[in-house]
Design a protein around this ligand. Structure first.
Ligand code: GTP
Ligand code: MG
Length: 201
């Protein structure tokens, strides 16, 4: 898919205030600092469309971006950031889970996982929560520029083994680096195919 336009629409904390337009939507979620906002900039080929930071906790709202005037991409706050207060964390968790439970336009989520880590309980819990709630998702491994190909391969294998302990069917996996522009075409082609199938159905 070619990105002809990518525009910021709205930021908010409440799923009820998200755009009312009935176009397909894809959301990016994962631990703070995993690279969600950077990936959105890589996909849209823009440097600062989504705000990024080396410090975790940068994205704090539900951010909608409209792509090619016909689908939405959503940048969400990260989970598992220890430095926000407990009350703030609860607010985050609630509005994030509300977003996933209530957003009818959401076609599929992307759960971002830092390729350098072995499976972390917080990520596995979130993946299982999506699956139990029948929310369609793919997994995107980020920061692949930081590891050698053989380590990438074995870390992905470990992740698959971990998920197979709970699930018979594995999600789609993508391997990416936002700094090296790796994985861009694969993700955009996947979104294009899903969008085309929605039109047919
Ligand atoms: P929050 O909004 O805080 O939840 O973080 P986020 O998941 O949106 O992460 P963000 O995109 O802001 O990136 C966090 C840090 O990781 C920044 O310093 C990025 O430059 C860096 N980063 C993101 N993607 C990559 C990547 O593919 N490779 C490398 N080497 N660094 C990356
Ligand atoms: Mg962010």
């Amino acid at each position: 898919m070619q990105i002809k336009s990518a525009k910021f629409v709205i930021s908010n904390q409440n799923v009820a205030n998200c755009p009312k337009t009935n176009i397909p939507e894809y959301a990016f979620i994962g631990r703070s600092n995993v690279g969600k906002s950077s990936l959105i900039n890589m996909l849209t080929n823009q440097k600062n469309l989504a705000k990024t930071s080396s410090k975790p906790g940068k994205t704090q709202l539900i951010n909608h971006f409209i792509i090619n005037d016909n689908w939405n991409l959503v940048d969400l706050p990260g989970y598992g950031y220890a430095k926000v207060s407990r009350s703030q964390k609860n607010i985050f968790q609630k509005f994030i889970t509300n977003y996933f439970k209530e957003r009818k336009q959401l076609v599929s989520a992307f759960v971002l996982i830092d390729i350098r880590h072995s499976p972390l309980p917080i990520d596995i819990d979130f993946i299982n929560w999506l699956a139990y709630n029948s929310i369609s998702f793919s997994i995107i491994f980020t920061k692949c520029d930081k590891l050698k190909p053989n380590v990438i391969k074995s870390n992905i294998e470990k992740y698959k083994q971990k998920l197979m302990q709970d699930w018979e069917v594995l999600p789609n996996f993508f391997t990416t680096s936002s700094s090296k522009f790796i994985g861009r075409d694969e993700i955009l082609d996947f979104i294009q195919k899903v969008n085309e199938n929605l039109v047919k159905s």
